[in-house]
Design a protein around this ligand. Structure first.
Ligand code: NAP
Length: 479
């Protein structure tokens, strides 16, 4: 195991929890212990918020260029340490090393992007429509923030909040997922090394997410909560934010449709499906969850996808040549297995996979199912595993109606060579993001986020920094 601080990071210091409690971080490939991390309680979280509040005014007053240069240094050092970060991510989360290195590149890019945005925060000066007054607007940081992040991208889900918050001049408390706290602690170490002032970033791993987060949100000095995780927890946090009217950004669950039309380049669609489905072993909010394929091309698409998925090498993420690691825990494997067996009971045919392996660790094989009935449970919930359920359609209207038939609205994908259809899809699909002839929508320069039960707010792009800025308006008489 790489050396990673296993303590809380508060006010620039590494320290034990007040009651000296620790919790175990496990390797999902075999259940072995990776680390014993300090377990923050409510009083530790209160100290972290105190530190963030104390650092806020001075941090907001630093020159934008200075904040930008810190982010740039963090980008460079993280890039230099890509392999070290990748190993920690792979060990605690399970994904193959190459994918973990991809996450480091993606995560670091948020620091580069927001290092460039830090110096472009601006308001406007304009004449009122009647010419009798002038309007001046300025941007200010919203103030101390709380970030709650999930285990599936332990680095990137943090950097896409920390990057814009740093650029905007906000201080923060981060609560990483309890299954993957090590990556965030390693990131705190790096940010401290590049010179981030004490108190700007505080990290409190904990096994008491509910009480710790509630206590933080009960403090009116906390001004913003940004959450990435499940829709259920997101709803709890939105309700909790009401008491102090904290600003909230919610990056929640998804149920992405992957549409393949009869005019699609099938080989390109299979390439895209491999990326959209298998990135992160299917444990991604953007993961293609439902494959909606035109009846004329469904057999060809299913056979080709089955061949590619069936050939993937499953194993421990750190072993050479492994392309699919373990799922995060036993409950994840149980849930994926049940969705597959229920779909088969409902009439789906297994093209490849479908059998839970008899081995240690939380493994599930890449699986393709054909003829999945539209009403099957697997089409209604987030699978969060390496399973591609295929349902067929015959008309574009039918495909769009099926795609929109979900409470979620995060990512969607479509393969077609018809430009007019592409524009109709962009207009009619109720999702925050649409990939056309590509299986990857994530990009630090793009506004990532959803609609409906997938939440609100955007991360990345020009929009990302706005989540951390308030607008002040000054009325002036005409000149
Ligand atoms: P989760 O159970 O909602 O957990 C996410 C975070 O919330 C963890 O840090 C968790 O802490 C914390 N948490 C749990 N209960 C809480 C409570 N009552 N109050 C405050 N915090 C609480 O989600 P997950 O299973 O880790 O992540 C998978 C979900 O995230 C999927 O639905 C996926 O689609 C979504 N996701 C969305 C995006 C996006 O950008 N839209 C990106 C990635 C993932 P513990 O670790 O202690 O439970």
């Amino acid at each position: 195991m790489e050396s990673v601080p296993e303590l809380l990071f508060i006010a620039g210091e590494w320290r034990e929890a007040e009651d000296s409690a620790r919790f175990t971080v496990e390797d999902p490939a075999d259940g072995s212990t990776l680390a014993e991390v300090a377990d923050a309680g409510e009083s530790d979280a209160a100290d972290a918020l105190e530190a963030a509040v104390a650092a806020q005014a001075a941090w907001a007053a630093t020159a934008p260029r200075e904040r930008g240069e810190l982010l740039r240094s963090a980008f460079e050092l993280m890039t230099e340490r890509r392999d070290e970060f990748a190993r920690v991510i792979s060990l605690e989360m399970g994904k193959p090393l190459a994918e973990a290195a991809g996450e480091v590149t993606y995560g670091a890019e948020f620091f580069r992007w927001f290092s460039e945005e830090a110096v472009r925060i601006h308001g406007r000066w304009m004449s009122a429509p009647d010419g009798k007054s002038q309007l001046l607007t300025a941007k200010r940081p919203v103030g101390p923030c709380l970030f709650v992040t999930p285990w599936n991208f332990p680095l990137a889900m943090g950097t896409r909040k920390i990057g814009p918050a740093m650029a905007a001049g906000c201080t923060m408390v981060v609560k990483p997922a309890q299954q993957t706290p090590l990556t965030m602690l390693k990131l705190a170490e790096l940010l401290s090394e590049v010179g981030l002032p004490a108190g700007v970033l505080n990290v409190v791993p904990t096994t008491s997410a509910g009480p710790v987060v509630s206590a933080l949100m009960a403090d009116p000095r906390l001004r913003k909560v940004s959450f990435t995780g499940s829709t259920g927890v997101g709803k709890v946090l939105v309700k909790q934010s009401a008491d102090n009217l904290q600003r909230v950004s919610m990056e929640l669950g998804g149920n992405a449709p992957f549409l393949v039309f009869e005019d699609a380049d099938i080989s390109a669609a299979v390439d895209g499906a491999m990326v959209a489905k298998m990135r992160n072993m299917g444990e991604a909010c953007t993961s293609a969850n439902r494959f909606l394929v035109h009846t004329d091309v469904a057999d060809e698409f299913a056979a080709a996808l089955g061949e590619r998925m069936g050939a993937l090498r499953v194993g421990r993420g750190q072993d050479d040549g492994v392309q699919v690691g373990p799922l995060i825990d036993a409950a994840a494997v149980d849930s994926v297995s049940k969705l597959v067996s229920d779909a088969v009971d409902d009439g789906a045919r297994v093209v490849t996979g479908g059998e839970r392996p008899d081995r240690k660790g939380h493994f599930y094989p890449p699986t393709v199912l054909l003829d999945v009935p539209p009403a099957a449970a697997i089409n209604a919930v987030e699978v969060f595993g390496p399973v591609a359920p295929i349902t067929t359609f015959t008309t574009e209207d039918e495909a769009i109606a099926a795609a929109n038939d979900t409470e979620y609205g995060l990512a969607s994908y479509a393969y077609t060579r018809d430009l007019a259809r592409t524009l109709r899809l962009a207009e009619r699909l109720e999702f925050g993001m649409l990939g056309i002839n590509t299986g990857l929508v994530s990009n630090p320069a793009a506004p990532f986020g959803g609609v409906k039960a997938s939440g609100f707010g955007r991360e990345g792009g020009f929009e990302g920094i706005e989540e951390y800025l308030d607008t002040t308006y000054v009325a002036l008489p005409a000149g």
